[in-house]
Design a protein around this ligand. Sequence first.
Ligand code: HEM
Length: 139
Amino acid sequence: MNKLVVIAGLLCSIVFSSSATAADYYEELGGQKGVEEIVDNFINEISFDPDIVTFFEGTDINRLREKLIEQFCMESGGPCEYTGDSMRDVHTGMNISKGQFNRIVELLQAAMDKAGTPQTAQNRLIRSLAPMRPDIIHH
Ligand code: HEM
């Protein structure tokens, strides 16, 4: 009986610890400082893209920065909560194309390159954001 309890305990710790490492890449992004640098670089990249920047005329950039930091932190398993609007609500009415969506992903990759984010963590963040695509394009 005792043996069974020990084995069950071991199995649980293996399952929980491996799922935690699989989900968590906040530290790989560089923690809070890393996420802030990525978002600052991202906003900078957006500001230099003549097609994409037009979408952000009239946007409160301080709010955008704050919400993106919360979102990337939360998605990567960091100690934050996203308090912004839903992706569908935010992007509805913009009629964003697939090409423009892909372009913003490229700008995010450039932002992460400039922040020195490891490739594995870059891929993980992009993979976390990919399911939002249907809520963002063509609304
Ligand atoms: C992976 C893709 C994307 C993610 C994760 C994302 C995320 C966000 C977030 C978190 C906000 C702030 C929400 C809030 O204020 O509550 C936002 C706002 C905004 N996004 Fe996106 N976005 C994406 C793609 C795009 C694309 C492709 C465009 C246009 C080409 C775009 C245009 C905008 C604009 C203009 C705003 C500001 C809206 C306003 O002024 O209130 N986004 N986005």
